[in-house]
Design a protein around this ligand. Structure first.
Ligand code: PEP
Ligand code: MN
Length: 344
């Protein structure tokens, strides 16, 4: 249930509602807008009838049920869209962001040359895997702590905030000490223990969609993070498994990007690298993602893709990335903005 406070209602009236929500057996999550506050009552086992009766409480405008199983990620509980600050870069604001970098951190030279080049091309965040979720145990698993140290160093020197994946609850503190944003990879989207621990982390989370996850399951995974206290969540569509398995690695579900913008206040990125698996599809898929409303992109870049230790086939060269950035011009972004304006 959502309790919409009336514009101009007092702090005391809001506090009364919060107290009653707790008495009724629910947890209150308060969102304060410019004009009014909204109290989401979440949890199970409480008395819904008692909550509905709050319609009669002073300062309450309305009490409405939340139709979806996800609550705190729903647009209903928040007016306006969430903006997530990642080391000073805003995701979900006016400008689309581009996160770029290698799939895996492989060496100092590889990381630094990539970071300098993507920054010069206009990317505002650096990605690079230290701990890699590989399908085969015989494939390169990442440099671990050595990669984290390199990421921290390159962040200081090049000045780009860093995004890297966390696979285990054991590594959350260590990675939080080295990176600005923690990525939950597609394979871990439904690792609920990891999500519960990340809800308590002090860093923003990039939550990738699982390869076989429905939009509802993806938003419920995000709900774990918000319900546990971490509001700084960015969603990322990275392609799902479909019957097409030969010609593309995954199927980039761009309709899902538009859909989560309808359903949720959280920002959403697209990952055309994993979403297509093919270098030649990255540029058109990137343009399409921004046109449909993505708040930004995450793209794999490598100085020499043929030598990459992971995901070389979908990695752009430094030159290809610079060309891609030139093609992602302002008019593309304004298409998405214009569509939104038309809907408003
Ligand atoms: C990655 O970003 O390199 C990665 C492994 O992504 P995903 O979890 O989407 O496969
Ligand atoms: Mn990768």
């Amino acid at each position: 249930m959502v309790i919409n406070m009336a514009a101009g209602s007092s702090e005391a009236e809001l506090q009364h509602v919060i107290d009653r929500v707790i008495e009724c057996g629910f947890q209150p999550h308060v969102t304060r807008g410019a004009e009014r506050a909204i109290v989401a009552a979440v949890g199970s086992g409480g008395s819904r009838m008692a909550l509905e009766a709050l319609k009669a409480a002073p300062g309450v405008e309305d009490v409405v049920p939340i139709a979806h199983p996800f609550k705190l990620v729903s647009k209903i509980v928040k007016s306006g869209r969430t903006q997530v600050d990642v080391g000073g870069v805003i995701i979900g604001g006016e400008d689309a962001v581009v996160i770029a970098g290698p799939c895996s951190v492989e060496s100092r030279e590889q990381l630094f040359s990539t970071a300098r080049a993507i920054k010069a091309a206009g990317a505002t965040l650096l990605r690079g895997g230290a701990y890699k979720p590989r399908t085969s145990p015989y494939d390169f698993q990442g440099l671990g702590i050595e990669a984290l140290r390199l990421l921290r160093e390159v962040r200081e020197e090049v000045g780009l905030p860093v995004v890297t994946e966390v696979m285990s609850t054991n590594d959350i503190q260590l990675i939080s000490d080295h990176a600005d944003m923690l990525q939950v990879g597609a394979r871990n989207m439904q690792n609920y223990d990891l999500l519960r621990q990340l809800a308590k982390a002090k860093k923003p989370i990039l939550l990738k969609r699982g390869p076989s996850a429905s939009v509802k399951e993806w938003l419920l995974a995000a709900e774990y993070l918000l319900a546990g206290g971490n509001d700084n969540v960015v969603l990322c569509e990275r392609g799902i498994k479909t019957f097409e398995s030969e010609m593309t690695r995954n199927t980039l579900d761009l309709a899902a990007v538009a859909l989560v913008r309808e359903l949720s206040h959280l920002p959403v990125l697209a990952d055309p690298s994993h979403g297509t698996g093919k270098r030649e599809l990255i540029a058109p898929a990137s343009r399409a993602a921004l046109a449909i409303g993505a708040d930004g992109l995450i793209i794999e870049v490598h100085p020499c893709p043929e030598r990459a230790l992971s995901d070389g086939a979908q990695s752009l060269t430094l030159e290809e990335f610079a060309r891609l950035m030139k093609g992602l011009s302002a008019p593309i972004r304004s298409v998405a903005t214009a569509q939104e304006a038309a809907r408003a």
